[in-house]
Design a protein around this ligand. Sequence first.
Ligand SMILES: [Cu+2]
Length: 141
Amino acid sequence: MAVKAAVAMLTLMLLTACQSDPPPLVTVNDARVIALPNSAAAYFTLANSGGDDRLISVEAPGVGQASLHETSMADGIMRMRDLGQGIEVPAGATVLLSPSGKHVMIQGLARPLSQGSSIRLNLKFERQGSVVVNAPVGSPR
Ligand SMILES: [Cu+2]
C-alpha cells in the first residue's frame, strides 16, 4: 500500500523529469587535429538535437595530455585559458571549436603526429557519457 504509493510517486517524478529535461543527443562532426610545436590542438563541431549537456573533458589516450582551452584576444595579445567548467552544449545548439576560440590542447606528446594518420579522442559529456571520435591529423588552415 505505502510501497505502491511510493512507487507510483517515483514513477510520476521520473516521468515529469523526462518531460521537462529530455536526454541530450550530441553528435561530434568534423573532428581534426593540428600539430603545433611540442603540442597539438584538436577541433570539432558539437551538434545537440536533445536536451542540455556539457562537455566535461577530453582524453587522447596514448597521444598526450588533453585539456579544454579557449583562445581570446585582449589588447592585441592572444591568450589561452583553461576551461575548468568544460563547454556548455545547450539543447538544440551547435558549438564550434576552432583555432580562434574554444579548442582541445594536447600537450606532452608521446610522439610527433604525422600527417595522414589520425588520433582517437574520447569526449566525456556530463549526461550523455563518453563519445569516441577519430580525428585526422591535418595541416593548419
Ligand atoms: Cu590552447
